[in-house]
Design a protein around this ligand. Structure first.
Ligand code: FAD
Length: 467
């Protein structure tokens, strides 16, 4: 065999798996169809979206908060071209970082489209038309996902766009309609709303960020409304089509039973992503898909073919970069004979709007459905000295604990820097801490983290100090 292991796809699942395999002494190859490493996350996902979120938030702060801070700015404006260029620079820097890590770990990177010839043989079809074939003891599928386009929506990549194009526009839209009130739509909607775009969201269900604790979606909706977002819930888009640079969207308000027509200069389709296994030749290796088109895996992330594993967006579970990374490390350690473990209940979900939104563990809705007895404690950022000082008073931290044992079952928060704060919830729950345990730990003052301590105090016999 040419390699001990070959990883197909260089996203956060694939490249992290490759590093861990190499660290553990496996002769490792990584195949990537694009000329840049890092996958969706680094090139058209997590990183570029955060770069634009940061730039637009700086502008928004300058426009709406600087004066209150006593800072005068004259001639404030936006150089959107520069903003996009900076985002590209951030991505490039990270691409180089991953390339460096591949070299450092002596991983053979093959650029080209990978496909199975049989269960131990992979073919790489390169851009110049040439092909390379090699054999591998084990193969890891980490081919990720692609955006879903709904029927009736004519995706032209210019005006009817997905997140990929929304990160590379050459102008700021005047009016942007977003189909889907999930994480990706709201993050990119925030970027443009802060830059002055009129943003309206059309959502099929009755709330934002479905899947997260309902209280978070409600608060996020209230804040985004203040920023000018418009929402149409229980509304199903039936068509979207560009005519003379105008996108015409038709939708059906399912509650009122009437149809709706909206016009915009851009329409962002963000209704979810589908696992990407196109032309991978899975049939040549005998690898099975499940009923939703994902590569079917068992609890060890092993497919129905013994030496083939799959990780990340292409398998079941949350489509998140850090979930893909955990799975990458899991597979490498498993094949090295170790006993790795992933607690899927404790993979945090985060939305990088401002305020940020984050949650981990059980939601109240899940506990209610299970009939489990619980208690909650909440603390509003309005009562946090740190939040008042930085004028970030929207939001709260909510802790859910078992009614009898006080074990923390879930933490849900919306507020400043909660994307970072949520890690405290993960650590606490991994160690099965009680709300009282956390409430008795010293949290530096003044920090946003005090809101977690206070919420834990609130969950422990209503003892919050500053509420
Ligand atoms: P991917 O990152 O999709 O990588 C798969 C790679 O495989 C790609 O590079 C692809 O080119 C390559 N590939 C596919 N088929 C082949 C083939 N046959 N041969 C060779 N190469 C192939 N997640 C978060 O956790 N936090 C965030 O803030 C976040 N923000 C996001 C923002 C946006 C706009 C989007 C779209 C996604 C975001 N995500 C975020 C989700 C995150 O990007 C994915 O969960 C993550 O990238 C999945 O990693 P992966 O390794 O499974 O696949």
């Amino acid at each position: 065999m040419n390699y001990d292991v070959t990883v197909i796809g260089s996203g956060p699942g694939g490249y992290v798996a490759a590093i861990r395999f190499a660290q553990l002494g496996f002769k490792t190859a990584l195949i990537e169809k694009y000329n840049a490493l890092g996958g969706t996350c680094l090139n058209v996902g997590c990183i570029p979206s955060k770069a634009l979120l940061d730039s637009s938030e700086h502008y928004h702060q300058a426009l709406h908060k600087f004066e209150k801070h006593g800072i005068k700015v004259e001639g404030l404006g936006i150089d959107f071209g520069r903003m996009i260029e900076r985002k590209r620079e951030v991505v490039k820097q990270m691409n180089k970082g991953v390339e460096f890590l591949m070299k450092k770990n002596k991983i053979d990177v093959h650029y080209g489209f990978g496909s199975f010839v049989d269960k131990n043989t992979v073919k790489v079809s390169k851009e110049d038309g040439s092909e390379e074939t090699f054999t591998s003891e084990n193969i890891v599928i980490a081919t990720g996902s692609k955006p879903i386009i709904i029927p009736g929506v004519e995706y032209d990549k210019k005006r009817v766009i997905t997140s990929t194009e929304a990160l590379e526009l050459d102008e700021i839209p005047k009016k942007l309609v977003i189909i889907g009130g999930g994480v990706i739509g709201l993050e990119l909607g925030s970027v443009y709303a802060r830059l002055g775009t009129e943003v309206s969201v059309v959502e099929f269900t009755d709330s934002l960020i479905p899947g997260m604790d309902k209280s978070l979606g409600k608060e996020l909706q209230r804040v985004l409304k203040k920023e000018g977002f418009k929402f149409n819930f229980n509304t199903k888009v039936t068509s979207a089509k560009t005519e003379d640079d105008v996108v015409k969207i038709t939708a059906e308000d399912m509650k009122k039973g009437k149809s709706l027509e909206i016009e915009a200069d851009y329409c962002l389709v963000s209704v979810g992503r589908r696992p990407y296994t196109d032309k991978l030749g899975l049939e040549n290796a005998g690898v099975k898909l499940d009923d939703r088109g994902r590569v079917e895996v068992n609890a060890n992330l092993q497919t129905n073919v013994e030496n083939i594993y799959a990780i990340g967006d292409v398998v079941k579970g949350a489509m998140l970069a850090h979930k893909a990374e955990e799975e990458g490390m899991f597979v490498a350690e498993l094949l090295a004979g170790q006993k790795p473990h992933i607690n899927y209940k404790l993979i945090p979900g985060v939305v990088y709007t401002w305020p940020e939104v984050a949650g981990v563990g059980y939601t109240e809705e899940e506990l209610k459905a299970e009939g489990r007895k619980y208690k909650t404690g909440s603390f509003s950022f309005r009562a946090s000295g740190r939040a008042v000082a930085s004028m970030d008073v929207d939001g709260f931290v909510k802790v859910i604990a078992d009614e009898a044992t006080d074990e923390i079952l879930g933490m849900h928060m919306i507020g400043p820097r909660v994307a970072d704060l949520i890690s405290e919830g993960v650590v606490a729950m991994e160690y099965r801490a009680s709300a009282e345990d956390v409430s008795r730990m010293s949290h530096a003052h003044p920090t946003f983290t005090e809101a977690i301590k206070e919420a834990c105090l609130a969950a422990t016999e209503d003892r919050a100090l500053h509420a």
